[in-house]
Design a protein around this ligand. Structure first.
Ligand code: PAF
Length: 295
């Protein structure tokens, strides 16, 4: 595995790989690698001839400077893990390779960026869209692999790639969970023992609300019950618990089409997010006063 820090060196390599007919799979990360990242890497290895993993802690996607300062920086151990997986390149760009002096372009995606984490973290998805575009271009990616845990991010990146005619194919990979069901995230490390024990409740509450809604239960009631269950379990605050359409992420008040349930909640100073699919309810709730058509 080669560690590369400059885009010119990376460019020489990717040109030579493409000339030789090899495809390039890219996994974008901010480091602090866990099994969720590793499953993306394995996916990339099964699909592409060459695999690049990037590590860049992107300041432009942190709306809170404290969160950026606390973000774990573990390049040496990350490099060690990736070495054992036998990838081709670890690209760790110097900050100036991504944001040179006078950098003044922002990629901003409307629609799917609105609401959910877009409301609670202003500017976050502009930062993500901008850095992802740069990294996909710098790595000349044929494929890139994104986890469904960050489902809104995945939809934002899909829009960028489609709207800007990038050649990269996006491969969505299922959320990887701990044995107790907690979605893997670099932030889980900051929970502490007690909060870590409480944390899997978020996944259980999410699944149970999705079941109720999928069976035609009242959406507003199911969401209210779910929020209360999180607070009772010990979560400090719920940022959102919402049903949205898939793939355009419109807010839904009833499960009249396939959707996804999204949650973000705070536990011991850590913001956890998760999501799960919800099938269109088998019997859409009957509107008040409307008499169903005879079958
Ligand atoms: O999901 C992440 O780790 C980041 O948002 C990404 C895609 C690497 C962009 O910085």
């Amino acid at each position: 595995m080669k560690i590369i820090r400059h885009k010119s060196e990376l460019r020489d390599l990717t040109i030579s790989w493409h000339r030789a007919g090899d495809t390039i799979g890219v996994v974008l990360t901010m480091g602090a690698l866990h099994d969720g990242h590793l499953s993306l890497v394995k996916n990339a290895q099964s699909r592409a001839d060459r695999v690049i993993v990037t590590i860049f802690v992107n300041p432009r996607q942190f709306n809170n400077p404290e969160d950026l300062a606390k973000y774990p920086k573990t390049e040496d151990s990350d490099a060690h893990i990736l070495e054992s997986l036998d990838i081709d390149v670890l690209y760790v760009p110097e900050p100036g390779e991504i944001y040179p002096a006078c950098f003044s372009t922002t990629i901003s995606v409307s629609g799917v960026s609105d609401g959910l984490c877009g409301s609670d973290r202003p500017g976050h998805f502009d930062g993500v869209a901008t850095v992802v575009t740069k990294l996909l271009l710098q790595t000349d990616a044929d494929y890139t692999f994104f986890g469904e845990k960050d489902f809104q991010q995945l939809q934002v990146v899909r829009r960028v790639v489609a709207d800007l005619d990038l050649k990269t194919e996006i491969v969505a990979c299922p959320t990887v969970r701990e044995d107790d069901g907690l979605a893997m995230s670099s932030r889980n490390l900051r929970l502490g023992t007690e909060a870590r024990e409480v944390s899997p409740v978020i996944g259980r509450v999410l699944e149970s609300a999705a079941n109720v809604i999928g069976r035609g239960g009242n959406v507003a009631q199911a969401l209210e019950t779910a929020c209360q269950a999180l607070l009772v379990a010990g979560f400090d605050e719920v940022d959102y618990f919402e049903l949205r359409s898939d793939p355009d992420l419109q807010l839904l008040m009833s499960a009249d089409r396939p959707g996804r349930l999204f949650v973000a909640a705070w536990l011991n100073g850590v913001r956890l997010i998760d999501n799960t699919p919800v099938k269109a309810a088998s019997h859409a709730p009957i509107e008040a006063g409307r008499i169903p058509e005879p079958v």
